[in-house]
Design a protein around this ligand. Sequence first.
Ligand SMILES: [Zn+2]
Length: 79
Amino acid sequence: MVHIKSAEVSTPDSAEVLGAVAEGVQEFVMSHHRVTWPVCGEHGRGLHVGYFHETAVWKCAGGTTDGHVVSAIDPAVQL
Ligand SMILES: [Zn+2]
């Protein structure tokens, strides 16, 4: 179980926990440093957490209408 601010995540799904943690870190960086992180190297847009094949990933809304997956949040996962 992971607590982020008032949100509570209770799931056996490690991808969901990772996604929630990544969103928490992203919110922290944005509010404390006023920096958009992470950013797509291709489009210069802020990324958001998404899920791809049950893996938590960073997605960019640029490019195609569906956007594209930039990378897995877990550095151990290769897409
Ligand atoms: Zn992009």
